[in-house]
Design a protein around this ligand. Structure first.
Ligand code: SF4
Length: 206
């Protein structure tokens, strides 16, 4: 899907994001709006040039109203910290869906379609130059591919308005695969985050 970014100054971003969040708070475009505990809109720095898109809120995200909390969130923070990046300063984080699917089931196609409007609005305000697609659901939402995440992680793809997109493993998957041996998911993630940092530094210095 082609997204055309509108011009938004850094000062306007918070105001614009608050408007989208308010819209999401009253959104009933799919049934998840009725069953969620809290809306999970975003975290991180809206002025960063890097955005991470995850899947859908899980149990703790739904309770706290924040993406990537609990063990998966802690691991994501450690992955960023391993190359000197932080969630607070270097990345804006959101999910494909803003409300939790019951029992952590996969989002349904109609739910993803209904919530796409909100994700596109966030993209339009943040205007990222790097988008990290965290997990299969995010990949399928942003890339026209049926290839599994293990086949395409670590590769750069063209994104909206000339940005670069890279699929990466979801930290929940890494928590289930403990090995750090060469070729293991954690080892591959370490290669990917170093490449992400290299490109992020280039973009930051432009
Ligand atoms: S998941 Fe998205 S589309 Fe569905 S109710 Fe929540 S905000 Fe609206």
């Amino acid at each position: 899907m082609e997204i055309t970014y509108n011009k938004t100054s850094n000062n306007d971003k918070k105001v614009e994001l608050d408007k989208i969040k308010k819209k999401c708070l009253s959104c009933q475009k799919c049934p998840l709006g009725k069953t969620r505990t809290k809306l999970v809109f975003s975290s991180g720095n809206p002025n960063s040039k890097m955005m991470l898109i995850g899947e859908a809120p899980g149990y703790w995200e739904d309770v706290k109203g924040e993406p990537f909390v609990g063990k998966a969130g802690q691991l994501l923070d450690k992955i960023f910290a391993s190359v000197g990046l932080s969630r607070e300063n270097d990345v804006y984080i959101c999910n494909t869906l803003k409300c939790r699917p019951p029992d952590n089931r996969d989002p349904l196609p109609e739910e993803k379609e209904a919530c796409r409007e909100h994700l596109d609005a966030q993209l339009n305000i943040i205007k990222p130059q790097i988008i990290l697609l965290c997990g299969r659901v995010a990949v399928q939402s942003m890339l026209d591919t049926n290839l599994g995440i293990t086949k395409i992680r670590g590769k750069w793809f063209d994104g909206p308005n000339g940005c670069k997109m890279m699929p990466i493993f979801h930290p929940s998957y890494l928590l289930r695969n403990d090995s750090r041996e060469k070729g293991s998911p954690k080892w591959l993630m370490w290669q990917d985050i170093q490449e992400i940092k290299r490109v992020y530094d280039t973009i930051k210095s432009e």
